[in-house]
Write a protein that binds this ligand. Structure first.
Ligand code: SRM
Ligand code: SF4
Length: 567
């Protein structure tokens, strides 16, 4: 007896390569929504239907349909944006979206609040800016992230090149996107094909990231496929391959969990695409298509075994992976302020709170970046920590950029506390349909309180990784925070502690379902101990482990050949 496919798998099969009835739904003037099935397909096109949760109850009482709108996500491999693109993408934000430009934790832009009648025009405008939204969401390979390492310009270029190649290789081939959004020629589904994905695409989302040690700003072990570039004497030798990273979990369901990627070997650059294709197609063929909560690659690996996966992979690609090469990571954060690249050009790293570029609270972050894009001759790089770097500035142009940065309140990087500089918060309310608690809107409330505590203990500048998520899906990669709050209910969070400073150790649940006073009181005591008992240079997460406040997490969750491979 064969087990039936999940409802979503059936929707994919019947969708005629992601067409569904999206076009008809867009034309229906009676509602601001599209059908549930089409909404599932729309994700593959890079958009989610949402509703404003701040007014949901009130509208229900007034018997109005929810205030529907659409979130749109761009695909910007490696997070690179030219000034011309910036101006076009900014114009989309001011014309059709409601909350500016939002830099995501996968170094791309999201727009929120686009209403249905403007969806097509917005998609067209994004494509006119020489980018796309295709496969920014959905059960496919998503945005490929790449480390932002401006002071080593040649390596930076290299990471971007590989992010772009991988992104292009795994882009869906369906003509549906062009037909629906760009008025492309209509073809019948039987003329269409998806050579790599087939009619059911992947069992679940798939994520890739490329980094060059000692920087791990992409959190390479949180990727389904993480690639650690090995550079010797300035030359790229190849990549260590880490598979099965992922953050998402469900409260109260121990069969779901965050997992760090396992390093399974090394490949030379000429074998990278074949290896990546082997990993993706093995997941396509063996991932769980019945229970979506167990469909990510991490569960496929834990179910079938890492040894099984590696030998199937080698059989499929026709060569053996070499032993992983030594590497060492220093940190997974961003560099702020000016830094000179090896080619003499300058780069300016800016702190953007929760990645939201918007004109509010007396700041003009969106306007400021627009002004900069008008005069800048280099590029912009978005980071996975929701920040941005103004890249390739000539010496003579630095003063002009500085003046615009100061004028528009983009100079926060100069004087922020250590914890703020290392904080990330996911979007959560009011747009995220899965949010259980506030996150992005809670960061400006919580941070001053944490800063006051840290100040009292002489820890104002201590670099501490703080990650806030409105639910356990983990969009801010909270399980890699030295301190993390994971939403449970309005005003209530799990407090997790003890990840390291480099993205190589998961944190552990410390207090469950607690309120702000309880969070502050718990942290106050730990900050006091850290201030007096921490060793020089010791990071907060490491201190918590050494002092046994937090037990060392389950070794299964630590990258498997990490110790052997590390220098
Ligand atoms: Fe995420 C779902 C926002 C990065 C794990 N994520 C969502 C949705 C689309 C909610 C939904 O399904 O209805 C959120 C939309 C909120 C909104 O209003 O914009 C959302 N995720 C985000 C972003 C915007 C967070 C941010 O503050 O920047 C990030 C967009 C990334 C991008 O540009 O592609 C974002 N999401 C992540 C990451 C971090 C990463 O990839 O490095 C993770 C953890 C890594 C991972 O995938 O394991 C992540 N998001 C999830 C999950 C849990 C997946 C799982 O395996 O269980 C969901 C829920 C789901 O897929 O069912 C989710
Ligand atoms: Fe929404 Fe949860 Fe992701 Fe936050 S972590 S954006 S609340 S799905």
């Amino acid at each position: 007896m064969t087990t039936p496919l999940s409802h979503l798998e059936q929707i994919k099969v019947n969708s005629r390569y992601l067409r569904g009835t999206i076009e008809e739904g867009l034309d229906d003037p009676i509602t601001g929504a599209i059908s549930d099935d089409d909404n599932k397909l729309l994700k593959f096109h890079g958009s989610y239907q949402q509703d404003d949760r701040d007014v949901r109850d009130e509208r229900r009482k007034r018997k109005l349909e929810p205030a529907y709108s659409f979130m749109i996500r761009a695909r910007l491999p490696g997070g690179v944006v030219t000034p011309e693109q910036w101006l076009q993408l900014d114009r989309i934000a001011t014309t059709w979206a409601t909350r500016g430009l939002r830099i995501t934790t996968r170094q791309t832009f999201q727009w929120h609040g686009v209403v249905k009648r403007n969806l097509k025009a917005t998609m067209q405008a994004i494509n006119s800016a020489m980018t796309t939204t295709l496969a920014a969401c959905g059960d496919v390979n998503r945005q490929v992230v790449g480390a932002v390492n401006p002071h080593l310009s040649s390596q930076h270029r290299l990471v971007h090149e590989w992010a772009q190649k991988l992104s292009d290789h795994f882009l869906p081939r369906t003509g549906a996107y062009h037909e629906i959004w760009l008025d492309g020629e209509k073809i019948t589904a039987d003329q269409d094909e998806e050579p790599l994905y087939g009619t059911t695409y992947l069992p679940r989302k798939f994520k890739m990231g490329v980094t060059i040690p000692p920087l791990n700003d992409v959190d390479v072990f949180a990727q389904d496929l993480g690639l650690i570039a090995i550079v010797e004497n300035g030359e790229l030798q190849g990549f260590n391959v880490a598979i099965g990273g992922g953050m998402g979990a469900t409260h109260g369901d121990a069969s779901t969990y965050p997992r760090l990627g396992s390093v399974i070997g090394f490949v030379t650059p000429d074998r990278l695409i074949a290896t990546a294709e082997g990993v993706v197609t093995l997941q396509r063929d063996h991932g769980n298509r019945i229970e979506r909560q167990h469909a990510r690659l991490k569960y496929t690996l834990d179910h079938l075994g890492l040894d099984w996966f590696r030998s199937e992979l080698e059989a499929r690609i026709g060569f053996h992976l070499e032993p992983a090469r030594p590497y060492h990571f220093d940190n997974n954060g961003d560099h702020y302020g000016w830094i000179q690249g090896e080619d003499g050009k300058w780069h300016l790293g800016l702190y953007i709170e929760s990645g939201r570029l918007w004109d509010e609270n007396g700041l003009q972050l969106l306007t400021g970046m627009r002004e900069i894009a008008r005069v800048h001759t280099g590029t912009f790089h978005l980071t996975c920590n929701q920040n941005l770097v103004i890249v390739n500035v000539n010496e003579k142009d630095k003063a002009r950029i500085d003046q615009l940065v100061n004028k528009h309140g983009l100079d926060g990087y100069r004087n922020q506390s250590g914890i703020r500089r290392h904080s990330i918060a996911c979007v959560a309310l009011p747009t995220c349909g899965l949010a259980m608690a506030e996150s992005e809107r809670y960061a400006p409330v919580l941070l001053p309180k944490l800063e006051a505590l840290l100040e009292q203990h002489g820890l104002r500048d201590a670099p501490i990784l703080l990650r806030l998520s409105g639910c356990p899906n983990g969009c801010s990669r909270p399980y890699l925070g030295e301190i993390a709050l994971v939403g449970r209910a309005p005003g209530r969070y799990d407090l997790r502690l003890g990840a390291d400073f480099t993205g190589q150790r998961l944190n552990t649940l410390y207090r469950e379902n607690i309120t702000e006073p309880e969070i502050l009181s718990a942290l106050d005591a730990l900050f006091a101990a850290y201030a007096t008992e921490g060793l020089p240079g010791e990071h907060f997460g490491d201190f918590l482990i050494r002092s046994q406040v937090i037990p060392l997490p389950d070794q299964r969750l630590i990258p498997i050949v990490l110790e052997a491979a590390q220098a």
